[in-house]
Design a protein around this ligand. Structure first.
Ligand code: 5GP
Ligand code: MN
Ligand code: MN
Length: 480
């Protein structure tokens, strides 16, 4: 692809600044991950993002990076919030796609023998797949309330308990949300999807903890070997997608001057301080609240499913939220740049916030050890809980990876794998029970389509941006 990289230090590679680039770009990767990253358009896209006005220090690609819409998935762009811009493509279509992990006090031994019943019951009770049907059917006024209040709405309506809010980024509510900036069309798409996984890459997975690498932090997080946990991955469904689309079109129309300076139309951005920048920020924050409510409703429904299958109350099973992380967002944050405090729109697209111990935005419960970071692998591989590392603020604007990262497109995956075979193999070899809306989904999401999550995480750990705390392995998985 004609892009030359210079090694800065172990696992850090730089595309030096040249031409219209405003800053250099950096890739955080081992040599083998870098080879994979170099195979698609990721590096080109990363380089393009350095043309965005106000981009600060360098554009960053995480070890799980791959190509996306304009801005790479696994990309972090910290952009000056006063003189720079905000870019919907650098947030992603699925606004506040993210993961949350719920703990239990069940052990793998207690669960064994119940996998088939559990997976069937989860599949029957947690809405999934394309299109309509959620846990709650809402009118537009209710959608507006959800957009404004986030998980606080869920608490009032019996879908959450107080402590759930305390274990969510921003306590499950972005105050800057402005529901009036979300279009009617987006709200219409969202109103029947509140509490639904969606399709494809989204999932609900029951897992067992296989390793605890750090006893002190493991204890602070309440994680132990053999413990059963639940991982939920989904986002803002049609509402977020429509919001991204709406603002891309508006920005393309109204800010052509800026657009013409950019090497890729998909990077369309609204200048900081413009009406559209404010409107998009208000709408995006509203979609963020919607996604938090979505994951909250699914988690609370999961508690009820466990109650039926294990004939105990969820409180008795200590089904508490460990943490919820967003991995497709932009947030106005204050960072130190060249010794000075600056307000930046930190765009994390397929990247996770990883704030270290002591940071005031880390919830009280975790302030002494750093925030939990949750990194899924695949339906047949490990998953990780990390904690925000001590170097994350200076190296990555407080961010790390968000998953293993795709190796191949969905089309390619369907040519390589057959869903039924994948499912059978997982069950026979690894005792992993998968239930999906279609065989095609299983093929598209087969373990072989993802990179090596152990390698991704070891880069994060080595760089001190997100440190390994625990590893989990799938037991039951439902997919949209
Ligand atoms: P994304 O948000 O980019 O679609 O996905 C995040 C990450 O989730 C992927 O990079 C992949 O590593 C992981 N992943 C995708 N499907 C599954 C699954 O079924 N189970 C688990 N544990 N991880 C998955
Ligand atoms: Mn998503
Ligand atoms: Mn996601």
């Amino acid at each position: 692809n004609g892009i030359t990289l210079e090694q800065v230090r172990e696992h850090v590679w730089e595309i030096p600044q040249e031409g219209e680039m405003r800053v250099p770009a950096r890739v955080l990767a081992s040599e083998s991950l870098l080879e994979e990253i170099s195979e698609d358009k990721t590096l080109e896209q990363l380089k393009n993002t350095t043309h965005l006005p106000g981009i600060t220090n360098y554009a960053i690609c995480m070890p799980d990076g791959h190509q996306g819409y304009g801005f790479p998935v696994g990309g972090v762009g910290a952009i000056d919030a006063e003189n720079g811009c905000i870019s919907p493509g650098a947030v992603g279509y699925d606004i506040n796609c993210g993961v949350r992990m719920m703990k239990t006090n069940l052990t793998y031994d207690e669960l064994r023998g119940n996998e088939a019943e559990l997976v069937d019951s989860l599949f029957a009770n947690v809405p999934s797949g394309l299109g309509g049907g959620g846990i709650v059917e809402a009118d537009i006024d209710t959608v507006d309330e959800i957009l404004a209040r986030g998980v606080d709405w869920a608490l009032e309506h019996g879908h959450a308990v107080e402590e759930d809010l305390l274990h969510c980024e921003d306590e499950g509510m972005r105050e800057e949300a402005d529901p009036s900036k979300v279009t009617q069309k987006a709200k219409d798409r969202g109103k029947n999807q509140i509490g639904s996984l969606g399709s494809g890459n989204h999932f609900l997975e029951v897992q067992r903890v296989t390793d605890v690498f750090d006893d002190e932090v493991g204890e602070a997080y309440g994680l132990e070997e053999d413990q059963i946990v639940v991982l939920i991955h989904c986002g803002s469904r049609g509402l977020g997608h429509q919001t991204c689309n709406d603002y891309l079109r508006k920005i393309e129309k109204q800010h052509q001057g800026l657009l013409n300076q950019l090497p890729d139309k998909e990077l369309a951005a609204a200048p900081a301080g413009s009406q559209l920048a404010e409107d998009y920020y208000g709408a995006m924050n509203a979609a963020i609240n919607f996604a938090w409510v979505n994951r909250q409703l699914i988690m609370h429904r999961t508690r009820k499913v466990f109650e039926r299958v294990f004939d105990r109350s969820w409180e008795e099973m200590e089904m508490h939220l460990l943490y919820d992380v967003a991995h497709n967002i932009a947030k106005k944050e204050t960072h130190i740049v060249d010794g000075e405090e600056r307000d930046l729109y930190v765009h994390r697209k397929g990247a996770t916030r990883a704030f270290p111990a002591g940071h005031p935005d880390v919830p009280k419960a975790y302030r002494d050890v750093g925030q939990p970071v949750i990194i899924p692998g695949s339906m047949g591989a490990g998953n990780y809980v990390l904690r925000g590392g001590e170097h994350s603020m200076e190296r990555t604007f407080g961010s790390t990876a968000h998953g293993a990262g795709r190796l191949m497109s969905r089309t390619q995956a369907k040519n390589e794998f057959w869903g039924g075979d994948v499912q059978q193999q997982l069950e026979e070899q690894d005792k992993i029970y998968v239930k999906a809306q279609s065989g095609a989904t299983v093929a598209e999401e087969a373990p072989g389509v993802y990179k090596d999550v152990d390698e991704v995480v070891s880069v994060s750990d080595d760089l001190g941006i997100g440190d390994k705390v625990a590893r989990t392995f799938p037991v039951c998985n439902i997919k949209g």
